[in-house]
Design a binder for this molecule. Structure first.
Ligand SMILES: [Zn+2]
Length: 464
């Protein structure tokens, strides 16, 4: 009798303890580069961090199939597998919190967000881009969108208590990127998915090391961390290095009579600024062509983070595009073209120019500058190969990899772990092969695999 009561007492204790634990659902982005989504459950509340798309299967869709529905995107594996979440967890989600404006972090919110009775919290640029995603796909907005300024906090109302959430400014390849620190009774959950430590950003603020250290002192229980390049022994170079690479290519090569076309990530507002700055030095009229460039540039403009908006002409609709490209074609040495298509995406502006589907035709000795690197998926590699062959046939000079990455390298990650000293580390933003070096790094730093550093995969649960 005594034993039975004792066992009951112990299991009751255990249950109470269990209730208080932090449970982390690694929904997506732990088996591939894309469809990032992590859910943190603590007590009576849960929080969604990121809800993005996996882009390669979308790129592969035929143009006529590009009417997206949740079902179609799910069938091709382009959205996170949030069906893994128990109904009781879904019902207690209090906020959806994208870390930045890249589609692999926000792109699935319009398709999955309605399932959660939760508001979406993001920096002004992130929310502005998200609004445009809803608009583009004509999806009704059913979640409240709320902006939180970089380096400020927001109090999220849980069932019975409030949670402080810090938006810690960090640098990456798009503006207003945040590390997110959720303060819970169990300690801080730090979501640091997509960042580099850039101490000379071209646009926006520097990383907020002070706040990161402060959060570290308070006690980080668990950290999800962008480990994509944890296997690269480097400190990722600053955006000022990319600017300098561009300067060399744009200002010190023989190009007076050439047509010059630059292509880069449409969301990379700092890079676009450098391109515009050098275009002005060349005394050329700067023309942006492509819908996604229009989308991100106007989002940046709306949040007053587009210092070059008066220096450019943007063409995104068919007639506008054809009209301006005719002019550029006749008088190419007066213009600088900035277009979409750096991954060789079919139907992008650069791809259509290469296929002779637009009124601008390449001449021999024209310059095409890829201020980008190939995102290494099979479909991108093939697309770029096809594109490069086509434009080389015309005698075009290609300048490749005029770019630096937006992701931290191994030595940044070492400094970061040291700075915030988390109890548990959860490597993210790639499949097993690219996450393993982060596990190794953490082991070097005294963590124990499976105990304090956790190699996860999609659709797994971690109790800590
Ligand atoms: Zn990103």
């Amino acid at each position: 009798m005594f034993l039975k009561t004792y066992i009951n007492y112990i299991s009751l204790l255990f249950l109470t303890k269990e209730e208080e634990k932090m449970r982390i659902y690694t929904v997506g982005g732990f088996s591939e580069v894309g469809k990032n989504m992590t859910v943190v459950e603590t007590g009576e509340d849960a929080f969604v961090f990121d809800c993005g798309l996996f882009l390669p299967p979308i790129v592969e869709l035929e143009e006529k199939e590009k009417v997206y529905t949740e079902k179609r995107l799910r069938n091709i594996g382009a959205v996170p597998a949030d069906y893994m979440l128990p109904a009781k967890v879904k019902s207690k989600v209090r906020a959806i919190i994208p870390s930045h404006a890249h589609l692999d972090h926000i792109g699935a919110i319009p398709y999955l967000g309605y399932k959660y009775k939760a508001e979406v919290l993001g920096t002004p640029f992130t929310i502005e881009v998200l609004k445009k995603e809803y608009d583009d796909e004509s999806i009704p907005l059913r979640n409240r969108l709320r902006t939180v300024l970089p380096n400020s906090s927001y109090m999220i109302q849980g069932k019975h208590k409030k949670y402080k959430l810090d938006f810690i400014n960090i640098t990456h390849s798009t503006i207003q990127t945040s590390m997110l620190a959720l303060h819970t009774p169990e300690g801080v959950f730090l979501y640091s998915n997509d960042f580099k430590f850039d101490n000379s950003p071209i646009l926006g603020q520097k990383p907020n090391y002070d706040l990161l250290k402060q959060v570290g002192k308070e006690g980080v229980k668990a950290m999800v961390v962008d480990s994509l390049y944890s296997g690269d022994d480097r400190k990722t170079a600053s955006e000022k290095v990319a600017r300098s690479l561009l300067e060399d290519v744009m200002l010190t090569t023989t190009n007076e009579k050439a047509g010059i076309l630059v292509t880069t990530f449409s969301s990379h507002i700092a890079r676009l600024k450098s391109i515009v700055d050098f275009g002005k030095k060349l005394n050329r009229q700067i023309v942006f062509v492509g819908r996604s460039l229009n989308k991100y540039v106007s989002a940046a403009k709306n949040v007053k983070m587009c210092p070059f908006s008066k220096d450019i002409y943007i063409a995104s609709y068919r007639r506008q595009v054809e009209k301006i490209l005719k002019k550029v074609n006749r008088n190419r040495s007066n213009y600088l073209l900035v277009t979409t298509g750096h991954q060789g995406e079919p139907h992008s502006v650069l791809d259509r120019i290469a296929r002779n589907q637009l009124p601008f035709r390449f001449n021999s000795q024209d310059h095409v500058i890829f201020s980008s690197s190939i995102i290494p998926s099979e479909v991108n590699i093939q697309n770029r190969d096809r594109l490069d062959k086509k434009i080389k046939k015309r005698g075009v000079r290609i300048f490749n990899n005029v770019h630096v990455s937006g992701h931290a390298g191994r030595e940044d990650l070492r400094d970061f772990v040291d700075m915030v000293n988390p109890q548990h580390v959860i490597p993210a933003h790639a499949g097993r092969e690219k996450l393993l070096p982060m596990v190794e790094l953490c082991k070097e730093m005294g963590y124990k695999s499976g105990k304090t550093v956790h190699l996860m995969a999609n659709k797994k649960i971690l109790n800590i």
